[in-house]
Write a protein that binds this ligand. Structure first.
Ligand code: ZN
Length: 413
């Protein structure tokens, strides 16, 4: 068993919870980070340490993909094709393709496994997967990082409510559960999911305010989403009485029914008024942005700057290959960089790391800080990186061509 401290040294270290360090290093002992500083400081503090040089690299925390649906990976032709005109058109196309290709089986599992391996190779160490099948659960032993496999609950109609509540009540407490969305999930089922998550001290992810159709359903009880539910026989007129008093959008509704607290993860959160951004911040609820999916489905752009101004550091998620031509957190950062020139590069990189860890309540990942897991990326840098601004710009703009090396210390031999 190797008991020495190892100092990994590189021209740049981006710890995320402090400014980039030129000539920096990360000291690892057993499976933890023990110090992050300039190499000179670390060598003085640990004179017997083993020094490992990473010339031409920047050391960073691993990435977090806070929202994906691995079980939809075999439906990639959807995300690589032309987006449908309407959001509900995309849902119908997804259901039809899934009927045609199947929702389980070897092809589904193989496609999902390929994505999990790709995520790890790209430097993702934490994945939050949402699924209706056991595909995500079955992949957990195959992911070298931390795969959180959430089982998704939905069911809008009154007559299925009893069954759904009973099914949820019978779940083992170690199974993580997610709610689908307000337009697909009965209010009482949402509330029970929240109570259960809080009892288990677990995060509850839910798709929130992804499209204007969802907002129109709440505000006016009409529009594309209502038509879709009516056509499929799921619409409940009760819903209108429920939301009559709700003058705002999805976030207002979620607040009114007691769904928002620090362990709620609002995925997408594209359509939020200023009041709702404040509401989210006050509740401590987390936000996960999916810029690639939002772009593909043309649902709009989330008010990212307003989230940051309100003190919310969003997480980033790729969503699935059914609504995104690529599932790469490096590309999600690149899209934010392109679509939001008002954001600074350090904020974008923090979303892909610290924001994701906070959103998923992972306390030992997300930054390079003493006490965190010994899990570090060494990202090769091109030449001509003059200062910290150049390094951060490269990290958030290079996209999926970044292929980081991994530094991990487990001392399990
Ligand atoms: Zn999703």
């Amino acid at each position: 068993m190797n008991d020495s401290v190892h100092i990994h040294a590189a021209p740049w270290v981006v710890p995320v919870d402090q400014p980039p360090i030129a000539g920096g290093g990360v000291a690892l002992h057993h499976n933890r980070i023990v110090a992050v500083n300039t190499v000179a400081h670390l060598v003085a503090a640990y004179p017997d340490a083993v020094l490992v040089e990473h010339p031409d690299a920047v050391l960073t925390p691993p990435l977090v993909n806070a929202h994906i649906h691995l079980e939809l990976s075999h439906l990639e032709q959807l995300g690589k094709g032309d987006p449908p005109d309407q959001f509900t058109g995309w849902i119908l196309a997804l259901l039809a393709l899934r009927d045609a290709l199947g929702a389980t089986g070897d092809e589904v599992a193989d496609a999902a496994r390929k994505i999990v391996e790709q995520q790890y190779a790209e430097g993702v160490s934490v994945i939050a997967d949402i699924g209706n099948t056991s595909v995500g659960q079955e992949l957990m032993p195959h992911f070298a990082g931390n795969l959180l496999a959430f089982k998704e609950y939905l069911g809008f109609s009154n007559h299925r409510l009893g069954d759904n509540l009973a099914r949820l009540g019978a779940e083992s407490p170690d199974i993580l559960c997610a709610a689908h969305a307000i337009y697909s999930t009965h209010k009482q089922l949402l509330q029970q999911l929240k109570r259960r998550a809080n009892q288990n001290r677990a995060v509850l992810p839910i798709h929130v305010a992804e499209t204007m159709a969802e907002i129109q359903m709440i505000n006016q009880g009409s529009g594309e989403m209502v038509d879709f539910l009516v056509k499929r026989g799921f619409w409940e007129k009760d819903f209108l009485n429920e939301v009559n008093a709700c003058s705002g959008g999805t976030i207002t509704y979620l607040s009114q029914i007691g769904l928002l607290d620090e362990r709620t993860l609002c995925v997408h959160a594209v359509h939020a008024s200023d009041e709702e951004v404040t509401m989210l911040a006050k509740s401590g609820a987390k936000v996960c942005l999916c810029p690639g999916s939002n772009r593909f489905l043309k649902v709009g752009k989330a008010p990212v700057k307003r989230y940051l101004e309100a003190g919310i550091l969003p997480a980033l998620g790729t969503d699935s290959l059914a609504s995104n031509p690529e599932v790469s957190i490096w590309r999600e950062m690149q899209l934010l960089h392109l679509d939001y020139p008002e954001l600074n590069d350090a904020e974008i990189f923090a979303m892909a790391t610290k924001g994701g860890a906070e959103a998923l309540a992972i306390s030992d990942q997300g930054t390079l800080t003493a006490g965190m897991k010994a899990d570090v990326l060494a990202v090769a840098l091109p030449e001509n990186m003059v200062d910290a601004a150049d390094v951060l710009r490269y990290l958030v703009s290079a996209g999926s061509r970044v292929k980081p090396a991994r530094i991990q210390h487990t001392w399990s031999l």
